[in-house]
Design a protein around this ligand. Structure first.
Ligand SMILES: N[C@@H](CCC(=O)N[C@@H](CS)C(=O)NCC(=O)O)C(=O)O
Length: 194
């Protein structure tokens, strides 16, 4: 497998998942402004969508969209998904919420929103994190062990820190617990974030 990523982008979630899985994998950095990869190719020749994450599978197929990539990894490695008959659905529910509500809410911060737009976005993010926080089943979203949804959430919490957005106490705690994990440290180090 080969993950195309950009430092501190949402692809950090997939990068962490690959380290948690522990099997060998390849990785290539993408400059999301120029679309050039570190090996000097135009990333749009790999993925016409032009954004990360993108995961090349062993058979050469390309998988995109964070929800799909994280769900794929958790399906292959069920310890990264919540247990039980509803586990998969709960995972997709959390991934969809993070992707379509939380991730999207950061847009004004990443894409030059006005001060008022950024302030409104910060309030939205805090509200969405509070909703998630109220549903937590333990130190992580689904209990004592993190799932791929926690990895994606962790990236959102790193963004919240970067943009000085207030987060509920259990979320700050989750972020710190995640930062202690060897897989997270390895991914952050590779991305030049430590
Ligand atoms: N729909 C995609 C969006 C991914 C996305 O927003 N990626 C950002 C980084 S967090 C990116 O690569 N942006 C560069 C671009 O859109 O050209 C997904 O959910 O995976």
């Amino acid at each position: 497998m080969k993950l195309y990523y950009a430092p501190a982008a949402c692809s950090l979630a997939d990068h962490i998942a690959l380290h948690e899985i522990g099997d060998p994998f390849d990785i290539e950095r993408v400059n999301i402004r120029t679309h050039m990869t570190e090996s000097g190719i135009d990333f749009r020749t790999v993925s016409a969508k032009g954004y990360v994450p993108a995961l090349t599978l062993a058979d050469g197929q390309l998988l995109t969209e964070n929800i799909a990539v994280l769900d794929y990894l958790a399906t292959l490695h069920p310890h990264l998904a919540p247990p039980g008959p509803l586990g998969r659905s709960r995972l997709v529910e959390a991934l969809a919420f993070i992707s379509t509500e939380l991730h999207r809410a950061f847009k004004p911060m990443w894409h030059g929103g006005s001060e008022a737009e950024r302030a409104r976005a910060a309030e939205t993010v805090t509200g969405l994190l509070t909703l998630m926080s109220n549903e937590m089943k333990g130190p992580f979203l689904f209990g004592d062990q993190p799932t791929v949804a926690d990895f994606y959430l962790f990236v959102m919490l790193e963004w919240a820190k970067r943009f000085e957005v207030a987060v509920p106490g259990p979320m700050a705690h989750l972020r710190e617990r995640m930062r202690e994990r060897p897989a997270v440290i390895a991914a952050l180090r590779t991305e030049g974030l430590l």
